[in-house]
Design a protein around this ligand. Structure first.
Ligand SMILES: Nc1ncnc2c1ncn2[C@@H]1O[C@H](COP(=O)(O)OP(=O)(O)OP(=O)(O)O)[C@@H](O)[C@H]1O
Ligand SMILES: [Mg+2]
Length: 455
């Protein structure tokens, strides 16, 4: 049996001697304190497994000592010995968090029995914890592929935050799996049986977004024909996922901050406060620090959201996971399309391994889905991929003609812009600094219409 250390606290030297002498004889390690104050000092400093304390002491009662110790370590086990064996003190002892109580004069067999019980409980708790940790270090997260160091770090962080109530900010480029991770956190949390509600803060104009978040009463604005619950209310008891939080308009940032602080808000057109119990997850691909500097994102909201940050690596920063992801998507889409596909030709595999994926996992997923649909063979070949030697990294060589290099660069930039804009051409054209017409012309010219990024 492991060492089990008992701290015995009593202001009466004779009683202290009696109890500790007995426990030592039973094979326990004991430490003595003749005042509550000394006991606290020892408790803070040493690894104590159990405290046996007298209730009536001049500097602090046994019950207050229990409370103080449990404030330091919520798992502290304390047995309180009281001279006044009334039901009240017993109840008070248990309420204050004591593991057990005994009345004076102490029956030593009884004491031993109680101590053994606490020791057994400790053993079980430790065992459980060790078991759980052992399981978790080997457990992947369902549906999230990755086995390189960067993703293992992400998994371990996800597991640690999932069990808490902490607000989590998930960052990473477009298509890196932010939403997937948000789901993993929710479904790995104690709120898993509650709702997971998503709000895309970039998708709606300000007024609509406000009623989407907080709901409205009938007649709150033109078109509000009936009262409606907002996403905050729908997420009650579960998780609210604020996606694209970097795109939340400033006035709504102020309102959101208030809800986060007070857990309370009003529906539009109502003055009745609504209280909700929601856990907040947020995600963005935007550079929040730059938005902060530009005055487009509130600093107080930033700090409120940024309790725990999980940053997802870009796919090109975790190339070690490419083979795993390629096979995963190949299997998935072959099954979905009821095709039997054995794998990739060597050439196709090499191209996929070398490409730099500005649209990250989503882009790879789309490339493979498209290839699975297109291929007439039972392997994916180079011709099934929308990649050319120009957009595959490392293949641009100095011998190539200027137009070929320009085409390669254009293709890559267009693909990247489309990935960033979620396939929305107006936004992609803006990002590229060209007109939408010019973009359409180039899409046509390069045969990018079937671009894997347009969902
Ligand atoms: N590690 C992964 N394993 C398996 N699939 C993944 C992984 N990461 C992302 N995906 C898939 O890639 C696609 C994009 O992921 P997701 O929507 O979570 O990205 P995102 O970071 O939210 O992107 P955006 O910023 O554009 O919204 C999804 O279909 C998702 O299932
Ligand atoms: Mg997303």
């Amino acid at each position: 049996m492991n060492r089990f250390c008992i701290l015995v606290v009593d202001d009466e030297p004779a009683q202290l001697e009696l109890l500790s002498g007995f426990l030592t004889k039973q094979g326990f390690e004991t430490v003595l304190a003749e005042s509550a104050e000394k006991a606290l000092a020892i408790f803070r400093r040493d690894a104590v497994d159990l405290v046996v304390t007298d209730q009536k002491m001049p500097d602090m009662s046994g019950l207050d000592l229990v409370k103080a110790m449990r404030a330091i370590n919520p798992e502290a086990s304390v047995i309180v010995i009281t001279a006044y064996g009334t039901v009240d003190t017993a109840v008070a002892a248990i309420k204050s968090g004591a593991a057990d109580y005994l009345t004076k004069p102490v029956n030593l067999d009884e004491l031993l029995y109680r101590v053994e019980q606490v020791r057994e409980r400790h053993r079980l708790l430790t065992e459980n914890r060790e078991l759980r940790e052992a399981l978790q270090t080997h457990r992947r997260i369902d549906g999230v592929i990755g086995e390189g160091g960067r993703m293992l770090e992400v998994f371990s962080l996800v597991r640690r935050v999932a069990s808490s109530e902490a607000t989590v900010l998930i960052r990473g480029e477009s298509g890196t799996g932010k939403e997937l991770i948000a789901k993993a956190i929710h479904y790995g949390s104690p709120r898993a049986s509650g709702p997971m509600i998503r709000v895309n803060c970039a998708a709606l104009p300000e007024t609509l977004l406000e009623s989407e978040l907080f709901g409205h009463e009938k007649g709150a604005f033109t078109g509000a024909f009936a009262a409606r619950k907002g996403r905050f209310e729908l997420a009650d008891g579960g998780t609210l996922f604020l996606d694209e939080i970097g795109d939340l308009p400033l006035p709504l940032q102020a309102k959101l901050l208030r809800v986060l602080q007070e857990k309370e808000f009003e529906r539009l057109g109502s003055s009745k406060p609504v209280r909700v119990n929601v856990r907040i997850l947020a995600a963005t691909h935007r550079d929040l620090e730059a938005l902060l500097k530009a005055g487009q994102f509130r600093e107080d909201l930033y700090y409120r959201l940024n309790v725990v940050t999980i940053t997802l690596p870009a796919l090109r920063e975790r190339r070690e996971d490419l083979p795993l992801l390629m096979d995963h998507f190949l299997r998935r889409f072959a099954e979905k399309n009821k095709k039997i596909i054995r794998g990739f030709t060597q050439e196709a595999r090499e191209m996929l391994l070398r490409y730099d994926y500005p649209g990250n996992v989503r882009e790879l997923e789309n490339i493979i889905e498209r290839a699975v649909v297109l291929t007439r063979d039972d392997v994916i070949g180079r011709a099934d991929l929308p990649l050319t030697t120009h957009n595959v990294e490392g293949e641009e060589n100095e011998q190539a003609s200027l137009p070929a290099v320009v085409e390669g660069v254009e293709r890559r930039m267009i693909r990247e812009a489309l990935a960033r804009s979620g396939g929305i051409q107006t936004r992609a054209a803006e990002l590229l600094g060209i007109s939408e017409r010019a973009l359409r012309y180039k899409l046509d010219k390069y045969g990018l219409y079937e671009d894997p990024n347009s969902e």
